[in-house]
Write a protein that binds this ligand. Structure first.
Ligand SMILES: Nc1ncnc2c1ncn2[C@@H]1O[C@H](COP(=O)(O)OP(=O)(O)OP(=O)(O)O)[C@@H](O)[C@H]1O
Ligand SMILES: [Mg+2]
Length: 409
């Protein structure tokens, strides 16, 4: 390698293979926060600095790339002092390096655009379990460069044995030339201690999630989506002075409308559900009156974005801080995953929410009999309202620990 690298900028398992490009497929899987995304981006940026490459970085939804690996690539380049020579288009999520190497970040939701990109020498597939096997096959076909050492880096958490990645890389011998690297938070010496602690807490909180996100192993999901829900009486003293999240799921004749609220304790990542109001046949003015009677009209209310018209009616009826839930492919999966990693305490008087937590299950894959990380669409009125409501507190909190010269240059 032409450049002299500083090993202290890397996790050992990244540094040890930093200039080995001999495997066409490199699979980085394991627990959360192990440094997979970081390591893969460090490696691919160094590869592109050493030779002229055209790198396509893909995730299922383009928007989720912007805050994650696109930003990470910019940070890495800035920190390495190469930033000035780069041409960056934030709008297109493109970065041209001084030597002419090009990084293009694209969501699969931009399929047509991906088709028009030619001469790709390398690919990085973030959260590959969000893709389908067919997506992967199609993407692989895009990699036919005249350049040497074409590679695909694939990253994911082992979310379900029913996911295509299990069949592809683990159930049988993986395709020739595949390197598989399994890591956990213990392999990431840069991880903030507090993040490691939250992963360790999963052992008691949610055993299946513990195996997946802490131990980085394929686990059979529990039948229930929220097996970790605890019920107890939450006293008025506990709730006093708390900032409430409020969620609203619309129903009418067959389905009830559900208003669910509570608070969130960031210090130990605990969700408290303290109240629910569930009723069929409610028109929007009745919903607005109910929110007022419950004394929740001053709170941010996050409501199902499928009903924009109802949301506007409620706003006009005085629920001024109402806003639509974030929707999009995989928003349910991301939401339930976030909730699954938190402690969940439901007041024992919230009988509908409790009934739903006892019946809200993962879908089952017919072929393998394994649970998919995709919930069934039933027993989810209160739980959807809760998921929406929590969007006002959860945000996309990323962990960042910027050390100097993280590219090791
Ligand atoms: N080489 C490094 N230098 C500095 N910080 C690092 C490095 N590698 C990882 N980190 C820190 O560890 C955190 C987790 O790393 P990263 O996001 O790459 O993990 P991951 O394995 O992709 O996690 P997930 O499974 O949740 O996607 C980063 O946000 C960063 O703070
Ligand atoms: Mg990652």
């Amino acid at each position: 390698m032409a450049r002299r690298l500083n090993p202290s900028a890397f996790n050992a398992w990244v540094y040890d293979h930093i200039d080995d490009y001999s495997h066409p497929l490199e699979v980085y899987y394991g627990g959360a926060g192990s440094g997979k995304s970081y390591g893969a981006m460090q490696k691919i940026i160094l590869k592109a600095l050493n030779a002229r490459r055209k790198v396509l970085v893909v995730r299922k939804v383009g928007a989720t790339l912007r805050d994650s690996v696109f930003q990470l690539a910019l940070d890495l380049l800035r920190d390495a002092g190469i930033w000035r020579g780069c041409e960056v288009s934030r709008a297109d999520m493109r970065i041209a390096l001084p030597n002419g190497s090009l990084f293009v970040f694209k969501g699969l939701d931009d399929r047509e655009k991906i088709k028009s990109i030619t001469g790709i020498t390398d690919m990085v597939l973030e959260e590959a379990t969000e893709l389908s096997e067919d997506d992967f096959t199609q993407l692989r076909l895009r990699l036919r460069p005249p350049e040497p050492d074409p590679q695909i880096y694939i990253m994911f958490n082992p979310v379900s044995k029913a996911n295509w990645v299990y069949g592809y890389f683990f159930a049988h011998t993986p395709p020739a030339g595949t390197k598989i690297v399994q890591t956990t938070y213990k392999d990431n010496r840069f991880l903030p201690a507090e993040y490691a602690a939250t992963l360790e807490e999963l052992a008691a909180r949610n055993p299946a999630y513990y195996r997946i996100y802490a131990l980085g192993e394929f686990a059979t999901l529990d039948k229930l989506v929220y097996p970790h829900a605890e019920k107890r009486l939450i006293s008025a003293e506990e709730t006093a002075g708390k900032k409430f999240w409020v969620g609203l799921d619309f129903g009418y004749v067959n389905d009830p409308s559900a208003i669910v609220w509570g608070y969130y304790d960031e210090s130990d990542r605990t969700i408290y559900v303290t109240g629910e109001y569930v009723k069929t046949g409610m028109l929007n003015d009745e919903i607005a009156a109910t929110i007022r009677q419950l004394g929740l009209q001053k709170e941010i209310v996050v409501a199902d974005s499928a009903e924009q018209k109802s949301i506007e009616e409620l706003r006009r009826a005085g629920i001024t801080r109402i806003r639509p839930s974030k929707k999009g492919p995989d928003s349910v999966k991301h939401g339930v995953q976030w909730i699954g990693q938190c402690r969940l305490v439901v007041d024992e008087r919230c009988i509908h929410t409790i009934e739903e937590t006892e019946n809200y299950t993962w879908r089952k894959d017919k072929k393998t009999g394994e649970y998919l990380n995709d919930p069934e669409d039933s027993f989810n009125h209160c739980l959807d309202a809760m998921r929406y409501g929590l969007q006002s507190v959860a945000g996309e909190r990323r962990i960042r620990t910027m050390s100097k010269s993280i590219l090791g240059l």
